[in-house]
Design a binder for this molecule. Structure first.
Ligand code: LIP
Length: 267
């Protein structure tokens, strides 16, 4: 079995190095470097170069592990016992529009479950990490989900639909329910950071659909290890490829799940 406590700081350092690369690239970024993978799925040389940095460093760390990566710069292999799930730049839209919230997300999977997760949020220089059974940290200090038990005291986060509009009607009804019954809803543009902020108690909960494994693999572990609960819109165990996610503290989990299932159903 892999020595996770030993691996954790090494992966944190690798995430920070990739984040430093993103920070310096944003300073001189220009729109000509952006292209479209599909509707509203932006990409640039920065995403690809950051991914190559990560693949090279993580490959040296654990040569036997496979990769599942957003930009596909390496051959994809999720059949290996261990594989890395990488989003080199979560929040690409923020990045290309000059907004300061974006992140590097790295998970190590074992038997299709995340056992190590690191999210580095570049703008605030915050590194969130977790190992299975070993808790969540923020810049090295323990992090926990909030103790809030009431929706009226909660700040929630979501991602607005931007390419899959099949669930918009139910999504809007969900927002309408939450507007008057919570402190508000944030849309910050990176699922990995939404999950990190839920893990450290800034948000009571987060929900979104239309996601990919690299958006959520690390963040799912961060929330679970920080004392929170995670499921998909079907109420299932939220495998990383389930596309929808509900992640909250323990106190509001039942309420958030009930509202989403009532309005969006199994969307
Ligand atoms: C991002 C997702 C996020 C979504 C954003 C954005 P990307 O992924 O993590 O939840 O709402 O609009 O697309 O494309 O930056 O890796």
């Amino acid at each position: 079995m892999i020595d996770l406590p030993n691996l954790r700081p090494q992966v944190e350092d690798i995430a920070r190095a990739a984040g430093h690369f993103l920070r310096t690239q944003q300073a001189s970024f220009s729109q000509e470097r952006v292209s479209l993978k599909s509707l509203n799925a932006l990409v640039s040389d920065v995403d690809k170069n950051a991914e190559e940095l990560l693949v090279s460093a993580l490959g040296n760390l654990l040569p036997e592990a496979g990769f599942l990566t957003e930009e596909g710069t390496v051959s994809q292999n999720t059949n290996a016992n261990y594989y890395w799930v990488i989003d080199p730049l979560d929040g690409t839209t923020n990045f290309v529009h000059g907004l300061p919230i974006f992140s590097v997300s790295i998970a190590l999977m074992y038997q299709n479950e995340p056992i190590l997760g690191v999210v580095y949020e570049v703008g605030m220089d915050e590194c969130f990490s977790a190992i299975q059974g070993g808790g969540t940290t923020l810049n090295g200090s323990p992090a926990h989900t909030s103790a809030t038990a009431e929706l009226k005291d909660s700040l929630l986060a979501t991602g607005f639909p931007y390419y899959d509009f099949s669930g918009v009607a139910g999504f809007q009804k969900t927002l309408e329910y939450f507007y008057p019954r919570t402190r508000g809803i944030r849309r910050i543009g990176t699922a990995a950071v939404d999950l990190s902020y839920t893990a450290c108690g800034r948000f009571e909960g987060y929900f979104e659909y239309g996601l990919s494994p690299w958006d959520v693999a690390a963040g799912i572990l961060l929330v679970r290890e920080a004392g929170g609960q995670v499921c998909d819109y079907q109420g299932g165990n939220a495998p990383i490829d389930s596309k929808s996610i509900i992640a909250t503290n323990k106190g509001v989990f039942g309420d958030v799940l009930r509202v989403i299932q009532h309005n969006i159903g199994n969307g």
